[in-house]
Design a protein around this ligand. Structure first.
Ligand SMILES: [Ca+2]
Ligand SMILES: [Ca+2]
Ligand SMILES: [Ca+2]
Ligand SMILES: [Ca+2]
Ligand SMILES: [Zn+2]
Length: 720
């Protein structure tokens, strides 16, 4: 159930904190017989905000702490134990519900179907287990105290408070015998303590102007009733005749006394200057023990044996917007348990309203053992017993929908799994107890597989793995060479794997639907796998080289990768690669190849990258002087791809036999100048004889001249 009425819940929570309802713990202590120890059993509720469809809403859920376990049992709050501890009454704010822990069913015992329903809170089972009391509070109306049978029948209205606005007027507590209820009522504006027999008769007012403020607790012998009276705690005789103050005077304020079930001590919440609210224990001689020091604590609840206390450390997330996004904030309530001497403080879990289950005397104890062979189980309730009688019947719930009776039934499950098995025993007085254990009734799966190899390549098939009473949901196949495959529900097998040379033990483990694993299935295999041999060819066109690793060999399996390492670049992957060099030169290239088993080999080659150059233009001009003239020739040098080349030493020969040279500049040009040519000589010619830069090959056959004033190799300059 979901708690959509935030305002209502907040109001109820507020009310619950102020209306200090006291459970009527049974008087009786644990039987002294040599009975197997029964783990203390504590229920509480935890309300927390969560983002709902229409903003922040509150969710409340009830947990049961038993031994070292915490079990979430229902959505709701204000849990109250049935006498036998097998049912829990609780509310969701609009109805009273009964959780039956023997089958996890929940039934409503109040009518919460009509509109305008009242708020319901504080359901409390009577100590004798026959009746359930609760408070019904219509919005703006008078709160009623009602008592019904455990199935909701025979409702009796015991009291109507005249003013529901007095929160504490809704406080009530069962008399330990269950015969009567003490409750807070309003007498013409003055709150007073009343008692009434559970049938509705013998209504009596027990106080008259004592300042009653709720917090009702019966003493174990039902002789006195404690209650809050202003800043201290009072007690009145059950017949209303003697009024006294209960608490030590060192407390500036004290409230919510709870009588110990065993020794006359009381626990209560006491305020003292400089200290936060504390749960304290006051011994019969007045000695105070702070059992919850340094905490903002409330709601003390004695364990049935009187040796420990549960209490609540109040959080600050009670409700309402707090964060900028409108969400509530703050710490949650927490339930603690502490020994009566203040030792052993333990946080049980989040939540409020701790309620102990108090086993009644003569309660049988259910316990059982199981022995399963595969899915066939033999159960035995031999350890169960009744301390004051006999066990009259055994009821088994095997967790698969089947049931049985008798003290030692056998049961074979149809499907192997882990089952929630419950045994409910009923004694000759009709008292019941339940034991509950997870029983694994399962045959483990069997891992089986086949493997066949072609060379080093092996194929694994696992269809022969079986789970006789369920299904296989997970495989893990380890190949034995450090690698494995596996996963939940994976369509895993068949799978292939390539091995190195060696002897390997492959193992298969499978898991069934119960999470049970098989023993390992194994196969040992020996494989031969030669490492690959790297080899490659290289073909260069000027500075562009193509590499091809096809010459590599790996006859027994597939190549996994080819990796090229060039001196002046990153690694390149692929069977073929192309690399463009910046300059001609001699370079070393390394190829590394890997086969499918991860075996590798490398090969290196040194290749020379050649560049070419030629004359790309010759231009000439004459500088005529008074007696003679000068000839100037401009030479442009091209690379093989016709780009300019700087730093080339160009040699030339004039036609009179003189030779000279120049070195090309950044745009690939340089000048030849012949000076002092006599006027009688009308022409001179320059022939380029050589070009060299130490890297490129000069190819004069490629020489050319775009404007046609030379052959590309020879130019004639005329005096003008
Ligand atoms: Ca009994
Ligand atoms: Ca199985
Ligand atoms: Ca190989
Ligand atoms: Ca030219
Ligand atoms: Zn050119």
């Amino acid at each position: 159930m979901k708690f959509g009425r935030l305002a209502g819940i907040t109001w109820i929570k507020h009310l619950a904190l102020v209306v200090l309802v006291c459970i009527g713990l049974p008087l009786q202590q644990q039987p002294a017989a040599a009975q197997q120890a029964r783990s203390p059993r504590l229920a509480n509720d935890w309300c927390y905000p969560f983002p709902g469809d229409s903003g922040w809403e509150y969710m409340c859920r009830i947990s049961v702490f038993e031994g070292s376990t915490q079990a979430f049992v229902a959505y709701g709050y204000s849990p109250s134990w049935s006498r036998d501890g097998l049912r829990i009454a609780f509310t969701d704010g609009f109805g009273v519900y009964i959780l039956d822990r023997t089958d996890d069913s929940i039934v409503s015992i109040t009518d919460s179907s009509t509109a305008g329903q009242p708020f319901i809170f504080a359901p409390r089972w009577s100590p004798d287990g026959t009746r359930i009391a609760y408070i019904s509070a219509p919005a703006g109306g008078a709160a009623q105290l009602l008592v019904v049978d455990a199935d909701g029948a025979h409702a009796v209205r015991l009291a109507v408070s005249a003013a529901a606005s007095n929160d504490w007027s809704g406080s009530y507590a069962w008399m330990p015998s269950g015969a009567a209820i003490a409750f807070g009522g309003d007498n013409s504006g003055s709150a007073e303590l009343y008692r009434v027999d559970v049938g509705g008769s013998n209504l009596a007012r027990l106080t008259n102007g004592a300042g009653f403020r709720g917090g009702i607790s019966w003493s174990p012998d039902a002789a006195r009733i404690a209650f809050n009276c202003g800043t201290t705690i009072c007690a009145v005789d059950a017949n209303g005749t003697i009024l006294s103050t209960l608490t030590n005077r060192v407390f500036q304020a004290a409230h919510t006394a709870v009588f110990s079930p065993s020794n006359g001590a009381i626990a209560f919440v006491g305020y003292q200057a400089g200290l936060p609210a504390n749960v304290v224990m006051q011994a019969p001689d007045g000695t105070i023990v702070r059992v919850a020091p340094e905490n903002w604590t409330t709601h003390p609840r004695w364990a049935p044996d009187g040796r420990s206390l549960a209490f609540v450390k109040e959080g600050s997330s009670g409700g309402g917007a707090c964060n900028a996004d409108g969400s509530p904030c703050g710490s949650p309530d927490e339930t603690f348990v502490v020994n009566a001497d203040g030792t052993g403080l333990t946080m049980m879990g989040g939540g409020h309203h701790p309620e102990w289950f108090a086993p009644p005397p003569g309660l049988p104890l259910a316990t059982f053992t199981s022995q399963c062979t595969g899915a066939a189980c033999q159960f035995s309730a031999a350890g169960s017993f009744d301390p004051d009688g006999t066990i009259a019947s055994y009821e088994w719930k095997f967790g698969d929908g089947t049931t049985a009776s008798g003290s030692a039934p056998a049961h074979t499950y149809a499907t192997g799994a882990t089952y929630d098995v419950r045994l409910i025993v009923t004694d000759n007085d009709g008292l019941r107890d339940m034991a509950r254990t997870d029983v694994t009734a399962n045959t483990p799966p069997v891992a089986s597989f086949s493997v066949s190899c072609v060379g080093p390549t092996c194929t694994f098939a696992g269809s022969s793995s079986t789970d006789p009473d369920g299904t296989i949901v997970r495989y893990e196949l380890a190949f034995g060479d450090g690698t494995y495959v596996g996963g939940d529900n994976a369509p895993l097998l068949p799978v292939t794997h390539v091995y190195r040379t060696g002897t390997f033990t492959a193992t298969l483990q499978v898991w069934d639907n119960s999470g049970v694993s098989s023993v390992l299935g194994t196969h040992t295999l020996t494989t031969t796998n030669a490492p690959p041999v790297a080899a490659f060819t290289v073909t260069c066109t000027e500075l562009v080289c193509a590499y091809d690793a096809s010459a590599s060999s790996n006859p027994d399996d597939a190549f996994a990768s080819f990796q090229w390492q060039f001196v002046d670049g990153p690694w390149v992957h692929g069977r073929t690669a192309t690399h463009v060099y910046h300059d001609p030169g001699t370079y070393t290239v390394t190829l590394t190849v890997f086969d499918s088993a991860g075996q590798g080999s490398s090969a290196s080659r040194t290749n020379t990258v050649v560049g070419y150059m030629h004359i790309g233009d010759l231009d000439g001009r004459a500088e005529v002087l008074r007696k003679d003239w000068n000839a100037v020739a401009t030479v442009s040098v091209h690379a093989g791809t016709h780009g300019s080349v700087a730093g080339v030493v160009v040699s030339g020969s004039w036609d009179d036999g003189t030779v000279s040279s120049c070195t090309t500049n950044s745009v690939g040009q340089c000048l030849f100048i012949k000076m002092g040519i006599p006027r009688k000589g009308n022409t001179v010619s320059l022939t380029v004889t050589r070009a060299a830069d130490g890297m490129r090959v000069y190819t004069p056959a490629s020489n050319h001249d775009p404007d046609g004033d030379s052959t590309g190799s020879r130019i004639t300059i005329r005096r003008q």
